[in-house]
Design a protein around this ligand. Structure first.
Ligand code: AMP
Length: 303
């Protein structure tokens, strides 16, 4: 698909060749490429990663691929929102020069690859404890995307803190030679972290979903006020979650930012990470204690 002279868009099908061609055009000799990997259903969080990518390289590629390997058998692979045409429009309007949206057989010609990337111990913590194999699937697809697009830099969101940490570690440990950038979590005007899965929420669930951010923010405020005991900070979180009928916590932990091991006492830069079910929708979020406030989107604006 071509959207005019400056916007080349690769969509679907047998497009490894098309991808190569587009990449050669983008690089035009020495131009650098930034990759923003996504599962689509793009929102302002993804688009902000594109903004950051534009600052870091000559051109921006966005991948859109709902990666079966990272979904558990009872998870939402089938129902995950898909909106490729809209994604292509939003990404190109925001300045992406290439949208790589392979279909399943292009990405996984052998259905399930024989060789996958094992995250090791870091992948067993936090979300990994509840989603066996999830991070193996994530790292495998990201490694493949790095191999296919050979970007100079790739941008990930802090909302998926453990994912970004694991990708950084993979690149270091396997010397993949891609610079990794992590961008702040973009939030709704009321604080809820943007997520493609927010689309699953009913109106009453959406109202309660805000409780996740409120509970993390409350703990961060207590920390800023001088409370460092993790037990107290976690209790404050739990108390606020319990006030919302639709919220059921899966885990909440205060961990070291590099090792993800639980901390008895919080320090600046420690990460409080949580997953809660809001109805049947699983939401994750985190706060880095003492860090600058995350960006919010304006009231009423919608990607
Ligand atoms: P996903 O499409 O959910 O797999 O996310 C693709 C990328 O966008 C990942 O690096 C996410 O961390 C990032 N992302 C998702 N939501 C947000 C958000 N609210 N703010 C910033 N980045 C985000």
């Amino acid at each position: 698909v071509s959207l005019g002279p400056t916007l080349s868009v690769v969509t679907v099908a047998d497009s490894r060749e098309a991808l190569e061609k587009e990449l050669a055009t983008l690089r035009g000799g020495s131009g650098t490429v930034a990759l923003v990997p996504t599962m689509g259903a793009l929102h302002e969080g993804h688009l902000t990663l594109i903004d950051r990518a534009k600052e870091l390289a000559d051109s921006v590629a966005v991948s859109v691929f709902v990666n079966r390997l990272q979904f558990g058998p009872n998870e939402d692979f089938r129902t995950y929102p898909r909106a490729l045409e809209r994604d292509v429009r939003l990404a190109t309007e925001r300045g992406a020069r290439l949208v790589f949206a392979p279909d399943e057989t292009v990405m996984y010609p052998r259905a399930t690859p024989d060789i996958q990337v094992e995250p090791g111990r870091l992948g067993d913590r936090l979300c990994g404890a509840f989603r066996p194999g999830h991070f193996r699937g994530v790292l495998t697809v990201v490694a493949k995307l790095f191999g296919l697009l050979r970007p100079d830099v790739a941008i990930f969101g802090r909302k998926d803190y453990q994912q970004a940490l694991l990708i950084r570690r993979m690149v270091e440990d396997l010397d993949l030679g891609v610079r990794i950038e992590v961008a702040p979590t973009v939030r709704e005007h009321d604080g809820l972290a943007l997520s493609s899965r927010n689309a699953y929420l009913s109106a009453p669930e959406r109202a309660d979903a805000l409780g996740l951010w409120r509970a993390l923010d409350a703990a961060d405020r207590l920390f800023r006020g001088g409370e460092v005991r993790s037990q107290s900070l976690l209790a404050a979180f739990q108390e606020r979650i319990a006030a919302h009928a639709h919220l059921a916590p899966q885990y909440v932990e205060i961990v070291h930012p590099d090792t993800l091991t639980p901390l008895e006492s919080a320090v600046p830069g420690a990460v409080m990470a949580a997953a809660v079910f809001c109805g049947s929708t699983r939401l994750i979020d985190n706060v880095v204690f003492g860090a600058a406030a995350d960006p919010r989107i304006a009231v009423g604006s919608r990607a």
